[in-house]
Design a protein around this ligand. Structure first.
Ligand code: ZN
Length: 307
């Protein structure tokens, strides 16, 4: 039996480049400077950097790292691939501190890598929730404290006015979940987000909260459960899937991202939803592989991350 981590691209720099090149350039190398695909030569020789090519059209050198989240990083590519495997395969997320200890890179580097990888994993939302006419559960939850908002009155720590507000959607057919940070829970804030992410054909299930009234105008149907009246479901009308999702979500967020600022929260959410597509039969290796496809064209520097 071979461990997933015994694959050569996790240990050998040449193999790591070959692995990434096969995915980023399925049709062969292309020059990130001029876009050329012809007259490209691989540089050889002992003193040459691994994976170095030269474009004879614009006469500039390049590697597959250019134009990806791996650009301008001194960390060997095979270490990046280990980090991606760990992050994409972890159900509850991995802290920068854990990555630092496991990979033997500095804490600052680990932090930088994990943010870049999360960016690569950000879901681009290629298809809408509920596009098969199935049920999409919608609900909100509150986590942490948004330090940009003062708690109301003297009762510090009570209520949710000052907490981060998270809106989540779960497609009951595919098991896909998506969460986002929202500024408030007004219908005028939420409706545009719901319309952007959910297909018109979808059947929406929510609780009775006022912000979800009138959703039947924009979607095929809208049913809700009256939690206030002690009702937890009528036949297939319920929000149990999303409540189950929230309980895993809160456990995952609590242990690792306790002091998460609002600016970073959306990246953590991207990682979380990536790792929790419960109904999708996807192994850790496949998940890491798909995450790798996200590295193309996602430059992320210290400046764009902010601190
Ligand atoms: Zn070129």
């Amino acid at each position: 039996m071979a461990s997933n981590l015994s694959a050569p691209h996790f240990h050998n720099e040449e193999a790591a480049f070959a692995f990434v090149e096969a995915r980023v350039w399925p049709e062969g190398p292309n020059c990130p400077h001029c876009g050329g695909v012809e007259r490209i030569g691989k540089m050889g020789g002992k003193s040459t950097r691994t994976g170095l090519y030269k474009c004879y059209q614009c006469r500039k050198p390049f590697t597959v790292r250019m134009g990806t989240v791996f650009e301008a990083s001194k960390v060997p590519l095979h270490i990046w691939l280990q980090a991606m495997f760990l992050i994409a395969g972890s159900k509850k997320g991995i802290s920068s501190n854990q990555l630092h200890r496991t990979l033997g890179v500095t804490l600052k580097t680990a932090w930088f890598m994990s943010h870049r990888i999360r960016e690569a994993m950000r879901d681009n939302g290629l298809f809408n929730f509920g596009s098969d006419g199935g049920v999409v559960e919608v609900d909100e939850t509150f986590i942490g404290n948004d330090r940009t908002i003062k708690p109301l009155g003297d009762k510090r720590g009570r209520g949710f006015h000052h907490k981060h507000k998270i809106l989540s959607l779960v497609d009951r057919t595919t098991g896909r979940a998506k969460s986002m940070v929202v500024d408030n829970l007004r219908a005028s804030t939420l409706l545009p987000i719901l319309k952007e992410n959910i297909a018109k054909e979808a059947a929406i299930h929510t609780d009775e909260a006022s912000q979800y009234q009138n959703l039947s105008r924009d979607f095929a149907s809208h049913d809700f459960v009256r939690h206030g009246a002690g009702e937890y479901g009528r036949g297939d009308v319920h929000t149990n899937t999303i409540e189950g999702y929230f309980s895993i979500f809160k456990r995952g967020m609590k242990g690792i991202y306790q002091h998460c600022g609002k600016a970073h929260l959306h990246r953590y959410l991207a990682e979380f939803r990536y790792n929790n597509r419960v109904a999708q039969d996807m192994g850790d290796t496949q998940r890491a592989d798909i995450a790798l496809l996200g590295v193309v064209g996602k430059r992320l520097t210290y400046q764009t991350i902010g601190a």
